[in-house]
Design a protein around this ligand. Sequence first.
Ligand code: SF4
Ligand code: SF4
Length: 435
Amino acid sequence: MFILHCTNAAGESVRLRYDPHASALTNQDGSPVLAGKAEPGRPPPFEDAVRVSPSQPGTKRTDPVVLKIQLGLGCNYSCSYCNQASQVDSMALTRTADAQSFLNDLDNWLEGAPDQIEFWGGEPLLYFRKLQVLVPELDRRSPDAEFSMVTNGSLLTQEIVDFIAAYDIRITLSHDGPGQHVRGADPFDDPQRFGFIRALWTERKPRQRMIFSSVLTPENCDPTAMRQWFARKLDDEDVVTSFEGVVATHDDRALAGPGIWSSEQYERLRTSVAKSFETGEALRMPALLERARNFLKFIEQGTPSSSMGQKCGMDRSDHLAVDLHSNVLTCQNTGATSKHGLGSALRMEEVQLDTSTHWAYREHCSHCPVLQLCGGSCMYLDGDQFAQSCENEFQFGLGILDGVMRRAFGLKLERIEGDVRRPVMRKTIAIAAVH
Ligand code: SF4
Ligand code: SF4
């Protein structure tokens, strides 16, 4: 249980009680802040989430709801905080011909049709020839499945734009707007590349099948500034921007720079996220809107934290990531020749998700006031990589929590009282070998 110390518009102090495990937000006298929608005496049925850990591995199903196909981890960019960089050497190399054998293998393991099929790189458009083999056939086999792809947009051509339109692929164009310099060359600066991005946006926008998505980094943490950057570039006030999230630290390179924030930068992140709710900008950004909506829905319904899985869903048995050799992966960002290769989809009964840790097994998550907004950060990180990623998520979560308080209740979150436990970064001391 936490006490949220807030102030109202008149500057008076208001205290609310918040229990993230019961999703209970109450006034000091115990009365609920939001009236629940559940029928009295008949709470909605909440299924417990499966809690995976190395000693209690998760399983994967042959009839996934979400199928993520990793085409390869190659990329034409080298973003300083890339969450795949440490995995590139461990991907199992695949050729265009493997796309056909992957389809042949599907006949031997895939049951039913996934609701969602995602095509992942690296940069997926580096693998356009593979896409040309996979997409038409998967469309024939699963005509109702939603196709989607995250791309940096720098390799678009008219042929690719037409292909995306023909198969109605939902596009997330990953670009950091005003903070793109930490990722490399900006395709918006190249007239030809920008022309294809604009053409794709013009084609996809009416069907609501494209968004521009950024990563929040220390130097680029204002959602409003990001949205306005895209609006200016595309000359479109209604441009849809969102977030892949706040930067995580998946390797030493990210821990040495782009994943580390100063206290001033954290303050700027929290304040600009909270303000974006006040101004309404946040409501135009799916990643912020969905988190806020889910948070309020959880409170209305009293959703227990025991029903909460990990934020990305890859702990679930019905979310499956595979490469073109039908290797099952912890997630689409990992390589099959590392510990993240979990076995073959052709022998799904042997596959064990033993690389990851559900938030419930992390002390800090169980004592975290933004658990419902975070979902436990990346499930396979540990040590300093987890500690730093957690801190970044924590500060982002505080900004959203403050923003929801401001928008929904007219309260400004000043501080949180309670048994908040935070992970501590290990101090490492280099030891020279002595001969
Ligand atoms: S912010 Fe950190 S402690 Fe809180 S839920 Fe996320 S990962 Fe867990
Ligand atoms: S396990 Fe989930 S959060 Fe971690 S890198 Fe993979 S998709 Fe991202």
